[in-house]
Ligand binder design. Sequence first.
Ligand code: AMP
Ligand code: ZN
Length: 115
Amino acid sequence: MADCVFCKIAAKEIPSNLVYEDEQVTAFKDLEPQAPVHVLVIPKKHIESVLALSDEDRALVAHIFVDVIPQLAKTLGVDAKGFRVVANTGEEGGQTVKHLHFHLLGGRSMQWPPG
Ligand code: AMP
Ligand code: ZN
């Protein structure tokens, strides 16, 4: 999608610190990390948010959660102590980039409730 920063990262039109990539998914370091480990996992396909997921995205979401996130947690060394996966959605959810992304945060103790 034109003018979508994450589409451009997925297409390598703008640089990022890539930590993982396959045919459907890209993961890269967040520009403003909120924890020692802060990676964004995105589908290469433009999907606006969790709310825009459709039936045809089931395998993609399963791939992200069954394959990519657990593997990344291990690679990044946060699997043993734990980590957090966040999908900010919409205005009150704090979503600033309108391309579905999952924050993978770890390397420190997380607080609850979130701000
Ligand atoms: P959200 O607020 O949930 O929409 O998250 C968007 C995230 O994208 C924020 O944590 C930003 O720091 C991050 N971000 C925005 N632009 C870039 C970029 N070019 N490269 C890496 N991370 C980015
Ligand atoms: Zn996009």
